[in-house]
Write a new protein. Sequence first.
Length: 142
Amino acid sequence: MYDDSNTTEEPVEFADFNAKLLVLDVLCYDLDVIEPYDGDTADESDEDLDVEGQDDRAREYYDDLELLPSQLALVTEITVDPDLEILQDLHPGWDGSDDRYDPQNWDDVLDLPALATVFTTTRLPAHVAEALTAKGIEVQSA
């Protein structure tokens, strides 16, 4: 895992939590840089799920994670897909049938310094696809 105890980097604030989740999925599950939420050790109960089935403790965990520029520099590709593991942490059993985890503000994704490819199983808003392409980021649709 990534050790940030000796760094002087300032954490990057994300304007959109859902955009942060796309980045966190890479850092937690693809690169193993950050420890993902582990609901198994948290004595999870139905009381931890809100009325829509979202795990509030997982949301708080991911919301509180601070991302450093050096971590963001590791992200060369992201995937936009309702089946991401991080979304199952956040909302166990969610079937992806609505847009509740779609980013509304993509600026933080566009600012990722090493981002080269965005894989998507859903249609990106036209202005987002255009902005990604304008920055030289390849958009691949399934």
